[in-house]
Design a protein around this ligand. Sequence first.
Ligand SMILES: *[C@@H]1O[C@H](CO)[C@@H](O)[C@H](O)[C@H]1NC(C)=O
Ligand SMILES: *[C@@H]1O[C@H](CO)[C@@H](O)[C@H](O)[C@H]1NC(C)=O
Ligand SMILES: *[C@@H]1O[C@H](CO)[C@@H](O)[C@H](O)[C@H]1NC(C)=O
Length: 512
Amino acid sequence: MGSYRPHHHHRGGAMAGLFVLLLPVFFPSLFTPLSHASPSILSEWNTPKPRHSRLLKGALLRETSIEQQSGLWTSLPNQGWKTCKDSGIPSRLPETSEGYIQVFLDGGLNQQRMGICDAVAVAKILNATLFIPYLEINPVWQDSSAFMEIFDVDHFISVLKDEIRIVKELPDEYSWSTREYYATAIRATRIKRAPVRASANWYLENVLPVLQSYGIAAISPFSHRLDFDNMPMEIQRLRCKVNFQALVFVPHIRALGDAIVSRLRYSPSRSEGDNYLREVSGARDEQGAGKFVVLHLRFDKDMAAHSACDFGGGKAEKLALAKYRQVIWQGRVLNSQFTDEELRSQGRCPLTPEEIGLVLAALGFDNNTRLYLASHKVYGGEARISILQNLFPLMEDKKSLASSEERAKIKGKASLLAAVDYYVSMHSDIFVSASPGNMHNAMVGHRTYMNMKTIRPKMALLGPLFLNKTLTWPEFQEAVLEGHKNRQGQIRLRKREQSIYTYPSPDCMCQA
Ligand SMILES: *[C@@H]1O[C@H](CO)[C@@H](O)[C@H](O)[C@H]1NC(C)=O
Ligand SMILES: *[C@@H]1O[C@H](CO)[C@@H](O)[C@H](O)[C@H]1NC(C)=O
Ligand SMILES: *[C@@H]1O[C@H](CO)[C@@H](O)[C@H](O)[C@H]1NC(C)=O
């Protein structure tokens, strides 16, 4: 008798869960940003409308000169820097190992990537053996994929075999050293207080003794725990070697990426009749033929809420974002002390799909541009994406270019989805990101290393431009072109405190 109600409740919960699980099946369009769907029925916005309709009209009627187009797609000239043939420093594997280094990495894929590079460097500083880094599950992305499910672990070990020892498994005598072991009590082998940007000496003074006493040291937290300055050249070069050579994705990610890249380059898409296709490919024979640009658009609820900006979804959206901020960050969001106008005038709001579309149009990308959208979820869904798609009808993404069978292995796994986008982005002619963030920085760094074109939107210019309600399309276009002349992949040398993973020159590159 007494157990009846709880049991009933439990069943109710299970049923609700089932309904949530089945939702994508009933309303597939809710979850596919590119499908042509009616607006969400669970809407918490008034359907977002274009906020810059004047500019949008100009952009839709834009005419791009051939010169402008060809200038846009040409690859970068030699800039005097190249990848180094070898590290320039003879690599030596330490004769004996001082013990095992274990790290636990937070964040999304790109933050974890930097953590992996730093872990190799710390193991080298200490002459230790590195245990394959453990990737924590991120509360937002919720992906439990392990290192070996994302990166080719044998390649990783083999590329670094002359520099450090790396093991996939701890020897039996250390098998107790697990995440659970460290989560349940204070442990002598856990290094808990590594300062942000710690020096090499800090590790020698604080971690080496632990290794020498116990044979193992587990460092957590470890993100951003190694300085970018005052490091021996050998260590800097090693960090770059990890990032740019040792870390490659598992074969199935690369295969899917290659399929997407080749479909972007060679196959006509979204066929709307033969005439149309002939027209498009005719135009593409001249400029930008077979080329594509990747737009990284992170515009999810998390980011929209954290920015504290107003994105035009009306009162309902404002309330929903404020509530999200309250729940996740308990009001500790610095930006929420400012008005939307203040934030925008300082360039502190992520560009919406509409805004980045206007920027791309102003830069000279015409409506035959093959645009690949590297994006997880777009807050506001179809309505926000459709404004961008009007400007760039040949817009594609993973879902439009690969079948669900091809995507089966990465389905619902944020890190693997991000890995595919990373791979496609590295193969694009041009990369641009709608907001500065980890993906943007990772691409700026990796593409600088390969001397590939990357457009860096100048937020401090664009914010005020979008606030100006009297600006005409030609004025907007001129200001955008002028402001981005030197933001398309020109090498910028790393300054003190900047990351070598974003600015690999000069530390990681050699003079040509
Ligand atoms: C690491 O090994 C090298 C020689 O291989 C040695 O010069 C260096 O002092 C060692 N460092 C530590 C921390 O053991
Ligand atoms: C691009 O714009 C031109 C002129 O505005 C138009 O004729 C053409 O149909 C558009 N192409 C696509 C793919 O929408
Ligand atoms: C808006 O842009 C126009 C044209 O460039 C300029 O004359 C005007 O001062 C700007 N207005 C504001 C408020 O910045």
